[in-house]
Every structure is written in structure tokens, then in C-alpha cells.
Design a protein around this ligand. Sequence first.
Ligand SMILES: [Zn+2]
Length: 549
Amino acid sequence: MKHLLVLGLGAAALMAADFVAEGDRWWAHIEFLADDKLQGRETGSDGYREAVKYVAGKMETLGLKPAGTSGYLQPVKFETRQLVEEESSIAIGREGGEEVLSRLDAMQSTRADLAPAAEAAMVFVGYGLRVPEAKYDDLAGVDLRGKIAVYVNSTGAVDAPGPVKSHVGTAPERWAALKAAGAIGTAVIANPRPRGGAGGPGLSPATPPANEEPDGATAEGGRGPGGRRGPQKAFLLADPELQESVGQKVSIAITHRGGDKFFAGSGHTMDEIVKLAMENQPLPKFPLVGMLRTRAAVKRETLEAPNVAGILPGSDPKLKDEYVIMSAHLDHVGVGRAINGDTIYNGAMDDASGIASMLEIARMIKESGAKPKRSILFVAVTAEEKGDLGSRYFASHPTVDRKHIVADVNLDMFMPLFELKWIEVQGLAESTLGDTIREAAKEYGVKVQADKEPDQNRFIRSDQYSFIREGIPSLAFKFGYEFGTRQDKIFHDWVRDRYHKPSDDLNQPVDKTSAAKFNRIIVSLLQRIADAATRPQWRDDSFFKRFAK
Ligand SMILES: [Zn+2]
């Protein structure tokens, strides 16, 4: 009916009418997934299981081929770890006695492989980074063997492109370097600089960054709703080979107050170190006085939650054995501290929106009758909010031959909050996929921009990073805007007011028509990747090329 009415207005109007209908279809998935009934879809919860059923059911209705290990599902096993506080402690032993630290000074993180008891000397190693490509080395000439590395969790002093700094600053990369240098544990001072301090307007230091790689600088076990007191549960993949803190017997987050207790007698103070770090200045390296003594009792549990995967088989006899992955995360952070009387963290934009797009994109490609040459594998991953764990599991245990995965296109919180004039692309300069998204966006009159806030590390802060680490070229997206515009304000107000809060729910202004247009661009992108004569390649100068096997 709608089509008949606008036919006379020409192709553009018809297109617009389609976007309205497509936007409504997209929103209908979000209405299911972000309903209070699903209780915020925390990994392993009943609400998450409902979401799994919904997505698997839709994949079946669409006629996608099951691509899990059990139908559409790929079960993933997890381990949770929680500190038993009464049986755990942190102390510094010095001549003349032992100072027991309180939670106001320091907290242990159970993401690490905490030893029941440990005692070791400590060395302050600045930012704790070793970055050969930037000729930067905090560990040169420092003897860390059998010791605890104490560092400030910032990469600001390294002169290297954003993606490099992002990568070396992740907890697993840092730990890998420190472990190789002989360290048995870490004690971390949080980055004193506001996130995105240079050129990242609107993000206050109190704002939890989107898709933060959990690291030793927080005592939290994941990205759960804020405000909980006491030790949080760490959430890990059960497969020890995929646990990235192996050998880390001590992991401590130091508070500002606690810092001076660590530095006592060293000739340095917390204020001095924080001031230098605030200015991205080089930091001194020096041994700390005394022995760090920890006791850690950890309560462990196991649970399981699946990824959901379906394939649209390719049409080319040869290329159909290659796979273009489209991913988005199905989990959110669940139920938590009440804000304005609401305890359900619905995660409508984060990331029901991405799952909704995945289902609509699969439907549109299927119904268009297009026959992409390569296969397209749609995967709704679990436990992103716990540290990209579901995607990490899928990327390391893919249900198709890993060598035949040619790309990952990930949608996480793409922020359809205003008109789509710009599409911001993470990873734009890293691979030939940058050209492909430019072509796809151009088709719809949308301009492409690179990551405007590289300090936010978004390229490595969601599920695409799991694929990047397996050598697979990847892209991720946000609705773009120009600095100082109304859209800039809407974007940052959203991050401040709704990100990981109960208000990321069904009751928020969303530009559905623009979301539909965005979905069409992703359809075009996927088809272009699937039909191209050659598979996507990392650029020769891309830092991430090193992961290609
Ligand atoms: Zn999130």
C-alpha cells in the first residue's frame, strides 16, 4: 500500500518509504530482546536463554543453515571466580613490621590465576610497556624475575598510532610482556587521565568506556552494572588455553590512597607519578621497598551459554567454502543497581540493535534473491560484556575452517540516534575492507570517516578484535558526526546518560529510518566482500597484519 502511494514520487521516495518499513521491522527485534522480561540478557541467565531461542528461531525461519556444533548453537563453557574476602589479604612487609592494606588501598582481581599465597619483591616499571615498533621499552634493564610489576595503566607516553597503543595496552598483551620478563604478578595504578582526554569531548573519567577490555586496573570481574560493592565475579572462558592471565599469581588494583603505601620509602610519591602520567611524561623505574604478601581464596563456578550461528551458503562452487562473518553480541549486563528506580539494564542499543540488524540483513539478502558467491556466516556471540569471550571462543574454535574466514563485520552499538550522513569506521585504514565500505556507503550517499576518538580504542574494544587476533581483517562502525554539531552532543549525551545504564531501554529516541539505511549499507558491504574476486587483505603497513597466519 505504502509503495503504491509513493510510486509516483520516484525512486528516492520509494526508497525512503522502504526505510520506514525496514526500520520498523528492525525495531521489532529490539522490542523483543530489550524487553524487561529478558532481564538484561546476562550471559548464562534465563533472559539470555530466551534471547538465544529467539535468534535461533529467526535464523531457522529465514532458512539459514545451522552453523553451531548443536544445530544453531555453539555451547561455550565459562568459569566464574569470586574472591572470598574474609580469607584473602594484601600486605606489605617491611623492616619493623607488616602493613595490612584495606580495600580502600588495593583490591585483588580474580581475572588472574591468583595463588593461594604469594610473597614477592616489587618493581615500579612506569607504564609497564614494551613496544619495539615504537622503540619504547619500560622494561629495559629492569630485573623483574620473580617479582611484582607495579605500573600505571596508560599508553599515553608511547609515540605510536592509536591501534598500536590500544593493542599493547590491553591486559593480555601487557601481561604477556611482563611475564616474558619474569614477573609473577601485577599491581596496577589506574590511568589518571580522563578517557579521550585529548579530543574526546564529553566523556568524563567516571564514564565507563564502551567495551573496555577488562584489565588489572579494575578490581571488577567484567563490565557489570556499576555501583556494586565488594569483589565482583570474574568471568573467564573455561578452556585454560584461552585464559590470558596464566601464571599471574598476583593481580592488584591500587587506589590513589594505596599508592603512597606502595611507594613509601622509595623516594617517590603517588602525586609525583600521577602528575607525570597526567602529562603523558616518561616515568622513572625503581624498586619498591618491602615484600608484597597476598593471600587469595577464590570461589569458582562453571556455567555454559551458547553462541548462535547460521550460514547463508554461497553460490560459487569454489568461493562458497569461504566465509564472510557478520557478528554482534547477544548478551548484555543483566540486572544491577537501581537508577531512577529501574534495575534492568535492557541493552537496547548495546547490543540488541546489532542483533536486530543481523537478522534484518540476513532477511534482506535472502529475500532479495541475490546469490552471494562466498558464504555469509551470521554469528550472535555471547559474553561480550564479560570481555569479548564468546567471540574469542568462536574465533579460536570456529565451526568452519578458520583459514577460510575472510572477514568479520561486527555491529556493536552503532548508535542510530540521528540522521545517517556519516558512517564512522573502526579499522578503516587497516585493510582493503576500508575501500569496500567506502563504496558501499557511497551507494547510499553516506560519507565515511575514520575513528574520531582513537583514544577510545574502539577498534579493539568489541568482538571484531577476537577475529583480528586470529588474523582476519575486520571492521566496526558508529554513526558518524562532525565535532561541535548537534549530533556530536547527542552521541556524547547518550554515552553519559544511557551507556550501561537501565535507560538504554525501549524508551529512548532512536532514528529507525536511518538505522534501516545503515543496514542497507551493511548489506551492500557484505555482498561486495562475498562477491569480490579476491579476499580482503590487511594493508602492508597495518600493525594488525602480524596476526595473519
Ligand atoms: Zn556493552
